[in-house]
Design a protein around this ligand. Structure first.
Ligand SMILES: CC(=O)SCCNC(=O)CCNC(=O)[C@H](O)C(C)(C)COP(=O)(O)OP(=O)(O)OC[C@H]1O[C@@H](n2cnc3c(N)ncnc32)[C@H](O)[C@@H]1OP(=O)(O)O
Ligand SMILES: O=CC(=O)O
Ligand SMILES: [Mg+2]
Length: 355
């Protein structure tokens, strides 16, 4: 284990100092695009105006013969497109692939000052983050980068889930984690063919009403395949001051199920999700911006209990120190989002000056 006193020292002479706090700007959706696809690249300024984070994907979904085009397209994006306050991320190829070294070398050297976060797929343990940590420090030093590039791990292998706590605490560069249900399903030998969401076969059933009739009157209920792993990810991230995200939802046309999957993750503590298609940006924005009625109630609780202590009845519900803290989480998030979005500021009842 590293000497804890060295944890916040750069891992290469001339590299920037690690951050002490992970920044938490609006992060409701990480919008994936293929920078090698000219059509998608052309849409990026409009997409960036709506999305909190845009991510140039170099890994899965980019075919082998277009890996270099995707990388070169992302360099062009970084050099030529002004994304305003929208963050620019990338997902590099996996650490066991032949492309990742060139991904990292090229991107840090060419647009390292524009990249906020590098998403690393198929992270299995702290050793993968340690590799990234040292290499990024060397590349940052060589390129004269002043702000450290942060690292985001995808939780998408059985070994990654087993080691989730050590991954979350492996480096001060760790910005957060995304849940990757597609690769995780394959890694675990789950018998599914989907990218996220539920499965009609994963159910519970009530007892039979009679021994002779096993069919009628029994209620079946579809269960959440991902609850356990998302819960572990949320706890590991939050315990280490980093941010948990849900990942992809592949049934682009099923906007209803997408919204349900996103909302389950939001309620469990995720701060955002991936959007794979422009239609998912609006779903993510709706779900990961807290409901105005909940925010108004939370504001009422905070106003009614200025010191956050004791027991109170508000609208027939018991409130105490713990509910006050929940309300504070809700209002702080609402305030942060309202600063970016005047419509939300109005819905949440913040005057522009207070927002
Ligand atoms: C398991 C994982 O690893 S998930 C992460 C990896 N996967 C990805 O990154 C996938 C990203 N998304 C995509 O490639 C596409 O959205 C697809 C393949 C899913 C669907 O694409 P299409 O069939 O072209 O969708 P559709 O016809 O509805 O597209 C409408 C328009 O939106 C554009 N568009 C689609 N997806 C995106 C996107 N992610 N970003 C920007 N523009 C997009 C299309 O180019 C098309 O433009 P046009 O109207 O000018 O022709
Ligand atoms: O990369 C994401 C996944 O679900 O796999
Ligand atoms: Mg994956």
């Amino acid at each position: 284990m590293r000497n804890p006193r060295d944890f916040l020292k750069p891992l290469c002479v001339g590299a920037p100092d690690p951050v002490t706090e992970i920044p938490f700007p609006p992060s409701r959706m990480i919008h994936f695009f293929d920078a090698g696809n000219e059509k998608m690249r052309a849409k990026l300024p409009d997409i960036a105006a709506k999305a909190d984070i845009v991510l140039g994907n170099l890994e899965d979904a980019v075919p082998v013969d277009r890996k270099e085009a995707a990388r070169a397209g992302l360099v062009e994006v970084g050099k030529t497109i002004d994304l305003g306050s929208t963050q620019l991320w990338t997902r590099v190829n996996a650490l066991d692939s032949p492309w990742v070294l060139e991904d990292l070398t090229t991107l840090v050297t060419e647009i390292g000052d524009k990249l906020d976060v590098i998403m690393v797929p198929k992270v299995e343990g702290a050793w993968d983050i340690h590799y990234m940590d040292r290499l990024l420090a060397q590349l940052e030093s060589r390129a004269g980068i002043e702000k450290p590039i942060l690292v985001h791990a995808i939780l998408e292998t059985a070994q990654g889930v087993t080691n989730v706590e050590e991954i979350a605490s492996a480096s001060p560069r760790m910005q957060g984690m995304s849940f990757g249900p597609a690769d995780l399903a394959a890694s675990r030998r789950m018998k599914t063919t989907r990218v996220g969401g539920g499965h009609p076969g994963y159910q519970t059933i009530t007892d039979p009403t009679s021994a002779d009739d096993l069919e009628t009157g029994r209620v079946r209920s579809q269960q959440d395949l991902w609850h356990y792993s998302i819960g572990r990810m949320v706890d590991a991230c939050t315990a280490n001051g980093i941010l948990p995200f849900y990942g992809p939802f592949g049934d682009i046309k099923d906007t209803v199920a997408c919204e349900v999957q996103f909302r389950a993750a939001f309620l469990m503590g995720c701060v955002g999700t991936w959007s794979l298609h422009p239609v998912q940006i609006d779903i993510a924005k709706k779900v990961f911006s807290p409901d105005p009625d909940e925010v108004l109630f939370a504001k009422k609780v905070i106003e009614a209990i200025p010191d956050g202590r004791g027991v109170h009845m508000i609208d027939g519900k018991m409130q105490d120190d713990a509910t006050w803290k929940q309300c504070k989480v809700m209002v702080d998030l609402a305030q942060m989002l309202a600063e970016k979005d005047p419509e939300l500021a109005e819905a949440y009842g913040f005057t522009p000056a207070a927002a």
